[in-house]
Structure formats: C-alpha cells, structure tokens
Design a protein around this ligand. Sequence first.
Ligand SMILES: [Zn+2]
Length: 126
Amino acid sequence: MEACQAFGLGSNPGRRILFLKNINMHKNKKKLVEKILFLIELAEKEKDKENPYIKEYVSLALRIAKKINYRLPKEIHLKICKNCQTIRTTKNTRYRTETKNQNKYLKIRCLECDYLKKIKYLEKKK
Ligand SMILES: [Zn+2]
C-alpha cells in the first residue's frame, strides 16, 4: 500500500503525520516537564560522585525542553552551563560582580568551557 492510499487521495500524509505528532506532544507536555525536572534533579544529586553520565542527563533534558517549547525556570539556568551541559559546582565556576552605568551584573564563568553568562541583578534607580 502506498502512502497516498493509506491517507486517502489528495492528502499530504507527511503534513498529517506532523500534525498528529504535535497533538501528542501537547498532551504529554506535563509529563515531559516532570521528566526534565527529574533529570536535572538527578544530575544535581550525582554531581559529587563524578558520574560520567551527568552531561547526558542535562543534554537530554535540554533537548526535550527545546522540542516542547518549554522555557526552563531561572534557577535551573543558573544551575547548569548551557554550553557544555555540566552542573555548576564551586570547583568549575567563578562568580564575579560588575558595576556598569550603575547597573549591577553577575558574571558566571564556566571554567570547563570558558563560557561566560552575564545576569543583571540590580537596575539603576530612576
Ligand atoms: Zn561550560
């Protein structure tokens, strides 16, 4: 049986399959969000044990989040390095503060991949 016959003549099977996929994703979003949070929690627990799979947990969580368009909470963004997918510890991160135009910034440098994250935490008073 050809694809055209299976979905009826004149339909675009590829598009229909994509549409169905989106519905399933939407239905399972709650479960997938739980899965993301669980994976990050697990990676955080294992960080002191030097588990070699930590990067895989974090990258899997980030991939799921990207697929279902879920924005990770701020606390999680501070916990992980987006560039090399590691959990931040005091050993592999350096925190600095910087003041520029009376705004205060927190600079977080990952020592493993040299990636810099800059967060504004105090705005200039008007
Ligand atoms: Zn990094």
